[in-house]
Design a protein around this ligand. Structure first.
Ligand code: DON
Length: 311
């Protein structure tokens, strides 16, 4: 196993990768079901790699903010586990679902206990647990506070227009939340939990900020110490098995790093002990994960030899 390339070699690789990907014709399609995201130009790309020692090496539109969407679920999970620990697992499982991120199918078969905290049903329960009878602003400021502290950057905010846009068209999430409530697996009013969930998904960040925030899962020695090594290991395991929904097997096969995707086109990846990586390109593949972002992740993993399954 290699420790990876020098900073200069990595910078050259990322610069070339950006140029190569820009020449690609097939960018995928931005998420259509959230009107505010459907309007984002698909031919955009950014990549940032946060390394031990504090360096962030980037290429492409790494200063452009995008909607992190489901990538937020990893940070909400970290916040909830910090508050209630293993009690969360009474309400949510830790198995891959093999179904799309917004599927309701298993929820009926499994009595309202979602398979994992990353599919929408499981993320709604996780947000509900963080809310815990409080005002939504308190739960949201906990998530934003975590992101700001982890990235050591206070300039992280919520795009209210994206949350409002999803609130108007989030029919499937309304169905999931009500189904969960019918099984008594939602403790707050569905509209309150969903409102909180839509706002957490509408957090906007650059790939530089996201890569820096992910250092807490990569266990980089100089990252803020916000979660224990054991917790980071478990969250990484969930990202590997469930972070890309029914595309998780393909992502493990092609990239070999724990990762969490979002329909805004972002992907956060963790190379334990080595780096935290964020990519962004808003066009999606058939699983709802960034098409060009996934391709970039595959090439980076091959170049660095950072796959957790061997170099
Ligand atoms: O709840 C939703 O549908 C969105 N706010 C988030 C879904 C998402 O990002 C799925 N990821 N690829």
């Amino acid at each position: 196993m290699t420790d990876g390339p020098s900073h200069d070699d990595l910078q050259d690789f990322l610069t070339d990768l950006d140029a190569e990907l820009r020449a690609e014709a097939d960018w995928g399609t931005p998420a259509g079901y959230i009107p505010e995201l459907a309007d984002v130009a698909p031919d955009q790309f950014a990549i940032s790699v946060a390394l031990a020692g504090g360096r962030v090496i980037s290429a492409g539109a790494h200063d452009t903010r995008f909607s992190i969407q489901s990538v937020s679920k990893v940070f909400t999970l970290a916040c909830v586990l910090g508050r209630i620990g293993d009690q969360l697992w009474r309400r949510v499982g830790r198995e891959p679902s093999g179904t799309s991120f917004d599927s309701i199918v298993l929820l009926e078969r499994e009595q309202g206990r979602p398979r994992n905290p990353f599919i929408n049903a499981g993320a709604i329960v996780t947000t509900d647990a963080l809310l815990d009878g409080r005002m939504p602003n308190l739960a949201l400021s906990e998530i934003i506070g975590f992101l700001r502290a982890a990235s050591e950057d206070a300039d992280i905010h919520i795009y209210a227009a994206v949350a409002a846009s999803e609130e108007r068209t989030g029919y499937r999430n309304v169905a999931l939340a009500n189904y969960l409530a019918s099984h008594k697996n939602l403790f707050n009013p569905p509209e309150l939990t969903l409102g909180t969930y839509y706002h957490q998904c509408a957090i906007a960040m650059t790939t530089d900020q996201l890569a820096r925030a992910g250092r807490v899962f990569a266990g980089l020695p100089d990252a803020p110490r916000m979660i224990s090594t054991e917790r980071a290991r478990r969250i990484n395991a969930l990202m590997m098995t469930c972070g890309h929904y029914d595309g998780s097997g393909e992502f493990a096969f092609g990239v070999g790093l724990p990762g969490k995707s979002g329909v805004g086109g972002g992907i956060l990846m963790v190379a334990p002990g080595r780096a935290s990586i964020a990519v962004w390109s808003p066009g999606l593949n058939r699983y709802g994960n960034s098409q060009v972002g996934t391709r970039a992740a595959e090439r980076l993993a091959r170049f660095t030899g950072w796959s957790v399954f061997g170099g």
